[in-house]
Ligand binder design. Structure first.
Ligand SMILES: [Zn+2]
Length: 412
């Protein structure tokens, strides 16, 4: 075990999770710390004060991504990047995202205190708006950083109160003038993100470290069914254009089509609205969302391509419009970084296994830029995006130790 790893403090890492959980704390023990909110700014402030004590630099960019930098002995080399996100869902947990930032910070602190100086600089990042709950879609900061989406597309997006990303970022800059503004984006040497699993596999297999092989792909759609408003008492069924009846026929057909006896395909309709939504009026309009996920890109493509034809088949007598909102095919992280993570876990004597991430992460966009990998630790019953989200201090520290070894191996 290296000096670095033995100096990672389980207690300090845990206390920092508690300190972060106070920013946006909800009555039921979770957090509501949405992107660029006051709670998010306060969380950044707290981390800034810890960074200052250690003499670490802090930076931000045009998208409000937040960086803490440990300068390497050769600052001209591209940095090794780690981190995740400080923002949460409105009823989020205390570990999703924030763990990756705090684990990275713990590694920086350990390096500073051990007097170990890497050759490459190491930066810890909190990506702006991973969750997509205040501003949609999510992963704005990392997508903008990697150049997958541009500023013109991201900055005008508004929240429900009409505040734009541009305005919210300006407010962060205004409240934190001590954080230096620098140009958006660079090509890191590599990116490693630590995260709670948000699924039940590690716990069920009694393993501490998940070596993430890749990220499951996802396709999302919006379906709009248009019929005609009519009187519930006087309009014969043969004359009706009932948007709800057509939509429910579509849902039934989609459900049958996507039924997977092996339970690998994930098919979700999480949003469903009808108008005018009155008990004695035949619905004129139905809008619903479709979220399909599958680890094999080929299968995902095939499943997604079936959506529009099926909806059209069951639309009559209404009209239907199917819009594809996003397509992200499944991706595989490079074997080189998986092996480094695996080796670190093995050397530390930690139970480990390889697994696919069923949820999306900022690492998706960094993967397009540089060698990228992820480290998972277990969370209680796999529950996440929920106020009851829980993880043990021992598992969090174990993940930070593995992260420390990997960052050191890449930056030394
Ligand atoms: Zn997350």
């Amino acid at each position: 075990m290296s000096i670095l790893v033995s100096a990672i403090s389980e207690q300090r890492l845990w206390q920092r999770h508690e300190a972060m959980a106070a920013h946006g704390a909800t009555p039921r023990g979770g957090v509501n710390r949405q992107a660029l909110s006051q709670a998010d700014i306060d969380a950044r402030r707290t981390i800034c004060s810890w960074a200052r004590e250690l003499g670490l630099g802090t930076f931000t960019d045009a998208l409000g991504n937040f960086f803490i930098r440990l300068e390497g002995s050769d600052p001209s080399l591209p940095p090794v990047l780690t981190g995740s996100h400080l923002d949460s869902q409105p009823t989020g947990g205390r570990f999703d995202g924030v763990y990756g930032v705090l684990a990275g910070f713990e590694v920086l602190q350990t390096l500073v205190e051990s007097g170990l100086r890497p050759r490459r600089s190491i930066e810890v990042v909190s990506w702006m708006n991973e969750e997509g709950s205040r501003f949609a879609p999510g992963m704005m900061g990392s997508a903008g950083f990697a150049g997958t989406r541009n500023l013109v597309e991201i900055l005008p997006v508004r929240d429900v109160d009409g505040v734009s990303v541009a305005e919210a970022v300006a407010e962060v800059h205004r409240q934190m003038p001590e954080v230096a503004l620098r140009p958006l984006g660079y090509t890191p040497h590599c990116y490693v993100e630590a995260h709670i699993e948000q699924g039940p596999v590690l716990e069920a297999q009694r393993q501490t470290i998940g070596i993430v092989t890749g990220i499951q792909g996802k396709r999302t759609f919006r379906v709009t069914v248009t019929g005609e408003e009519a009187h519930a008492g006087t309009t014969p069924h043969q004359d009706r254009k009932d948007a709800l009846m057509s939509a429910s026929a579509m849902l039934q057909a989609l459900k049958v089509r996507f039924l997977d006896p092996q339970d690998i395909t994930r098919f979700t309709v999480g949003l469903f609205r009808i108008e005018p939504c009155a008990p004695s009026v035949v619905p004129a309009r139905a809008v619903f969302s479709i979220d399909i996920r599958h680890p094999l890109s080929e299968r995902l493509t095939e499943l997604g391509d079936a959506v529009a034809p099926l909806c059209h088949q069951y639309a009559a007598p209404c009209a239907v419009q199917v819009e594809e909102l996003s397509t992200a095919l499944s991706l595989e992280f490079p074997e080189s970084i998986r092996q480094t993570i695996e080796q670190a876990a093995a050397e530390l004597g930690l139970g480990h296994m390889r697994l696919l991430s069923a949820a999306g992460h900022d690492a998706r966009y960094l993967h397009e830029q540089c060698e990228t990998g992820m480290i998972f630790v277990p969370c209680l019953k796999g529950v996440s995006h929920h106020e009851s989200e829980s993880a043990t201090s021992a598992d969090l520290a174990a993940g930070a130790r593995v992260l420390g070894e990997v960052l050191w191996a890449r930056a030394r």
